[in-house]
Design a protein around this ligand. Structure first.
Ligand SMILES: *Cc1c(COP(=O)(O)O)cnc(C)c1O
Length: 387
């Protein structure tokens, strides 16, 4: 049997997969089992920050793998402590909890917000406001947090205490915020929702409402984080100071790692026994993450911004493109006539891996994609969109 048939027979039907079977890669080039080469503009949904089979990451991961692959979180291990220190030093956050995925990082963020509300404002202070079109994960609490009705279909009953406001509509947030609100959760650039950045004014209004009412400002940086938008974290473009930040995807460079960072207000909210994870902050994943974080320096971040500008300029001048959105190397492309999924399939046939988000194309290359490969891939996309 072909891999496709075995997969279709035995793997749960949750993914509408593309046809090729991928076997290997290097950097931003990936190969399928026929030897065909592809330029990767998806990086595993913003996960492979430095591409496939990145030498420095492999060295960091394998060195740790040969020493100690796992111990339970009742014991100290160096990679976890050092990663937490570096994250705090670079963000100003005070403490870190490690999990294994974006959804789990958000579960922690939700628990921190609820416990902070209970500790400071009583047991009724448990509501969390999220935004329409948001995406926060697939577990029951994070699924409830998603402001997308279509995702909720057939999975009720939901976790109580989530309220939905409209993105970029401050009045709709203010109308829901009261003494029972413990947090307001948002993505600075909504990824799955269609690569839409929030308006700076809206973000500032929400941040000042949070300060004024002692509501926690909760930022989901699972997709936008770790250099993706041209800053280490996307909130840094907006000049706000979140109380809790979650991240995952890119931080592990391809191994599962979720991070929940707590600021000054919430640093001591979680206490011994109130949260935990068997695998969270695994030494191998943390060693890999240290190698990623160490290389997300100013030069690399400036390069991310420059490459993003190149994509935006090239594609917004393209016939058949009705709009280009996003920040840094997280870009959405709205099409005038063609269907994004048709274009994504045609790109794959032509040797370019590109994603979709809602009715847009979504471009999320490795942060270090070489200029010539990026140009080649965007030219191929352009040809297909204009055809
Ligand atoms: C991907 C994503 C998640 C969920 O992450 P998983 O690792 O798939 O659980 C949560 N929030 C945002 C913004 C994401 O993009």
């Amino acid at each position: 049997m072909h891999i496709q048939e075995i997969d279709k027979t035995y793997v749960a039907n949750t993914y509408d997969r593309y046809e090729p079977v991928f076997v290997s890669g290097k950097g931003s080039l990936v190969y399928d089992d026929t030897g065909k080469e592809y330029i990767d503009l998806a990086s595993g949904i913003a996960v492979n920050c430095f591409g496939v089979a990145d030498d420095a990451w492999i060295a960091a991961v394998t060195a740790q793998l040969g020493k100690l692959q796992h111990l339970c979180n009742k014991y100290y291990t160096a990679p976890q402590a050092m990663l937490a220190q570096k994250l705090c030093e670079r963000t100003g956050m005070k403490k870190v909890f490690f999990a294994n995925s974006g959804a789990e990082a958000n579960e922690c963020l939700i628990k921190v917000a609820r416990k902070y509300g209970h500790d400071h404002h009583g047991a009724n202070c448990s509501n969390i406001i999220t935004l329409t079109n948001s995406f926060h994960g697939r577990t029951m609490a994070t699924l409830t947090a998603c402001g997308q009705k279509a995702m909720h279909k057939d999975f009720g009953p939901f976790v109580p205490g989530f309220l939905y406001a409209n993105a970029n509509d401050f009045a709709s947030v203010a109308a829901l915020a009261d003494e029972n609100t413990c947090g307001i959760l948002m993505e600075m650039v909504q990824g799955e929702g269609g690569v839409n950045a929030l308006d700076a004014e809206f973000v500032h209004q929400v941040a000042s409402l949070c300060k004024q009412k002692d509501i926690l400002l909760l930022v989901d940086e699972v997709q936008t984080g770790n250099g993706r938008t041209g800053k280490l974290y996307a909130y840094m473009h907006f000049g706000v100071e979140p109380d809790v930040v979650s991240t995952a995807k890119g931080i592990g460079g391809g191994l599962p790692l979720g991070v929940c960072m707590m600021g000054a207000k919430t640093a001591d909210t979680l206490t011994a026994g109130t949260h935990g994870s068997t695998f969270g902050g695994n030494p191998v994943c943390c060693a890999g993450a240290l190698s990623i974080l160490d290389r997300l320096d100013d030069k690399l971040l400036a390069d991310v911004a420059r490459k993003g500008d190149f994509i935006k300029e090239t594609l917004s001048a393209c016939k058949g493109v009705s709009g280009v959105s996003g920040m840094g190397l997280m870009i959405g492309v709205a099409l005038a006539d063609k269907k994004a999924s048709d274009v994504a399939h045609a790109c794959l046939d032509a040797g370019v891996m590109v994603m979709t988000a809602k009715d847009k194309l979504r471009i999320l290359p490795a942060l270090n994609i070489p200029d010539e490969l990026l140009k080649k891939a965007i030219d191929i996309m352009k040809g297909i969109i204009e055809a």
